[in-house]
Design a protein around this ligand. Structure first.
Ligand code: NAP
Length: 256
């Protein structure tokens, strides 16, 4: 299948490591040019090298609207067009009702949600020209809850609502908007969470046993495959969808 992504310019927030890193790498393999917005210096540089220079790394930790404006200005200066946006950057930061505060909650929304809007807002004039596509990376926690993480889960739920809202608003421009809900994906973020348990290996085994398909984690590359498909013209009649790439974790019968 030819995805026809050659030379397409795709913004990927948090695009140097974990799920975002796999998306950037997959895009490069398809001949696309990712704009990798991520503070991780070494991983960002490695991806630009892997792309033979046909990628841009912007070492920015997104939180303000001005930063998103700057991202767009640098991306346009370098490539002159935007064909897609993957909103992916975020962290499960454990700001709960009991273990949080109003200030920490607001900060968590800033780290996890506001930059999704900022990047979409400032990309829009360019996405209109290219009839581009937006992919929002949310989380199954938006529909199952997790406990102790109000800020992150509020952001993840809002990302699902915005996916539908933007899909409707952008119909006249043929811009498609979809969300992916990962559940358990072994990434640097996941690893640091697992390491917080007294017996990380045992905890990992317990979680694996609860994943119906294959009793294993989803790989970052399996999330990336869905994101890259959704960005491509092969997904030309898919919009406003919430796609679970989770080995059946969220929906299948737990007694299986
Ligand atoms: P990860 O391993 O921590 O990788 C995320 C990358 O994004 C890191 O390089 C991180 O840099 C960067 N980043 C974080 N906040 C940023 C910001 N504000 N601006 C720019 N870059 C930022 O995380 P991941 O597991 O791949 O998660 C990616 C997305 O998938 C997140 O939206 C997460 O909620 C979602 N997700 C993941 C899982 C899972 O099981 N892994 C499950 C459900 C949903 P630093 O390392 O320097 O912070």
């Amino acid at each position: 299948m030819n995805l026809n992504l050659e030379s397409k310019v795709i913004l990927v927030s948090g695009g140097a490591k974990g799920i975002g890193g796999a998306i950037s790498r997959g895009l490069i393999e398809e001949g696309a040019c990712p704009v990798i917005i991520d503070p991780s210096e070494k991983e960002g540089k490695d991806l630009v090298d892997f792309a033979g220079g046909n990628a841009l790394h912007l070492p920015i930790r997104l939180f303000s609207a001005d930063q998103a404006k700057e991202v767009l200005s640098q991306a346009i200066e370098r490539f002159g067009r935007i064909d897609g946006l993957v909103n992916n950057a975020g962290a499960n930061d454990g700001v709960g009702l009991e273990n949080g505060s109003p200030e920490a909650f607001a900060q968590s929304l800033s780290n996890n949600l506001f930059h999704y809007y900022h990047l979409a807002h400032y990309s829009l004039p360019y996405l209109k020209k290219s009839k581009g596509s937006i992919v929002n990376i949310s989380s199954k926690t938006a529909v199952t809850g997790q406990g102790g993480t109000s800020g992150y889960v509020a952001a993840k739920g809002a990302q699902l609502a915005l996916t539908r809202e933007w899909a409707v608003e952008l119909l006249p421009y043929q811009i498609r908007v979809n969300a992916i809900l990962p559940a358990e994906v072994y990434t640097p973020m996941y690893d640091s969470w697992i390491q917080s348990f007294s017996n990380p290996q045992k905890k990992l085994e317990e979680i694996n046993q609860k994943i119906p398909l294959g009793r294993r984690m989803t790989t970052p590359e399996e999330i990336a495959a869905m994101a890259i498909f959704l960005l491509s013209e092969k997904a030309s009649h898919i919009t406003g969808q919430h796609l679970y790439v989770d080995g059946g974790y969220t929906h299948l019968d737990r007694s299986l």
